[in-house]
Design a binder for this molecule. Structure first.
Ligand code: NAD
Ligand code: DAU
Length: 347
């Protein structure tokens, strides 16, 4: 990995990944390509002499080909996506456009220019939903996506695999569980709960709050991705996860307890409000990470308590970043659209 094109580097995980590379791989040069949708923030991309920012769309094949050639890109790491499940329920089209058409255009550009590694960043949601006693997802669990978001990610995974088998594209795929940490857009569970709790606003827990997610601190994800890009076998898929599987309610209660310590003037858990569930809400995700541990020697380093504390601290220290997003018309519109009609559900 010498010259890397990072798509979606102004978003949450992409921005953390760019920072990780700049810090840990001193000879790597980066081109960050991002369309700066509502979720992409120019200020998330660090100013650095080894990082060039390009404002553009992954569906623009001519632009992508030009960047791959001009910068002699050997490695493409693909994060750019529409990523929020609730938005995919209220407006699926952008998910088809970016996640499916966008990935297709990138694959074509990579094929035409001959990159040495195409890494596709995907999600555990392609595997569907687990029952309480089902074993965790493995790399061979059949795909069973159940939301427009996960269906569009599943389609993009299939396209990547097709390009490996049909055209010999040197690609890898990783499917990861829920990330949390710095720079996560405050529409997602953890940053939304931190922001609302601090403002004394209701904490909207969907349904009974007993849905289970497998949480991974974003820095661990970045390390895992580098391990796959540097040491992973071409054509292979690697599952990545945190191995910690609390219910949503437990996560929200932990956040409230941490905030109670730091801002004792309020008992934050009193703000929890159960609201109408997400349609088609997946009940449980859990990832089996034996393959990446065995083959690449990666395992998560951050525990949930440690990661949540670091995350809360980051959001407290970066309140201006959150505020600048909350003040945009798009964010306010989204909050009204997604939460206004959700009635309170008594438990
Ligand atoms: P995000 O929504 O925070 O960021 C997505 C970025 O992609 C934004 O900067 C946005 O501007 C950019 N983008 C969107 N459409 C684009 C287009 N057409 N062209 C160029 N750029 C475009 O997302 P995230 O949470 O950082 O997720 C990154 C990737 O990781 C996604 O592919 C997602 O499916 C995957 N993933 C996320 C998680 C998670 O918990 N957040 C877990 C597993 C996998
Ligand atoms: O599993 C990986 C996926 O994790 C990624 O592929 C997605 O890009 C990412 O957004 C995330 O999807 P989730 O739907 O799991 O994340 P979200 O933060 O939206 O929600 C986490 C859980 O919390 C989920 O069960 C829904 C619930 N929730 C969410 C919000 C926003 C609530 O109870 N209340 C809320 O207000």
């Amino acid at each position: 990995m010498q010259n890397v094109l990072v798509t979606g580097g102004a978003g949450f995980i992409g921005a953390n990944f760019v920072r990780w590379l700049l810090r840990e791989r001193p000879s790597v040069k980066i081109v960050t390509l991002d369309a700066l949708t509502y979720a992409g923030r120019r200020e998330n991309v660090p100013e650095h002499n080894r990082n060039i920012f390009v404002h553009g769309d992954i569906r623009d094949r001519a632009l992508v080909e030009k960047l791959l050639r001009e910068h002699a890109v050997d490695t493409l790491v693909h994060f750019a996506a529409e990523s929020h499940v609730d938005r995919s329920i209220l407006g699926p089209e952008a998910f088809v456009q970016t996640n499916i058409v966008g990935t297709f255009q990138l694959l074509e550009a990579a094929r035409a220019t001959g990159v040495k590694r195409f890494h596709h960043v995907s999600t555990d949601e392609v595997f569907g939903s687990l029952g309480p006693n089902d074993p965790a997802f493995t790399e061979t669990t059949p795909y069973d996506p159940r939301s427009p978001y996960s269906a569009s990610k599943a389609a993009s995974d299939h396209l990547v695999r097709a390009y490996v088998h049909t055209f010999g594209l040197p690609a890898t795929i990783s499917n990861c569980t829920n990330n949390y940490g710095p720079f996560q857009f405050p529409e997602k569970l953890i940053p939304l709960m931190i922001a609302n709790a601090r403002a004394g606003k209701p904490l909207p827990v969907y349904g009974d709050g007993k849905q289970v997610r497998d949480w991974l601190y974003v820095e661990d994800h970045c390390e895992a991705l580098v391990a796959v890009v540097e040491k992973g076998r071409v054509g292979e898929t690697y599952n990545i996860g945190g191995g910690v599987q609390p219910t949503n309610l437990e996560v929200v209660q932990r956040l409230c307890a941490i905030l109670d310590e730091l801002e004792p003037e309020r008992r934050h858990a009193e703000l929890i409000k159960f609201v109408t569930d997400r349609p088609g809400h997946d009940r449980r995700y859990a990832m089996n990470i034996e393959k990446i541990e065995r083959e690449l020697g990666w395992r998560p380093r951050f525990g949930l308590e440690q990661g949540l504390r670091l995350t809360v601290r980051w959001y407290l220290d970066n309140a201006a970043w959150v505020k600048s997003i909350q003040e945009t018309g798009d964010f306010q519109k989204w909050m009204n659209r997604n939460y206004e009609k959700r009635g309170e559900v008594k438990q």
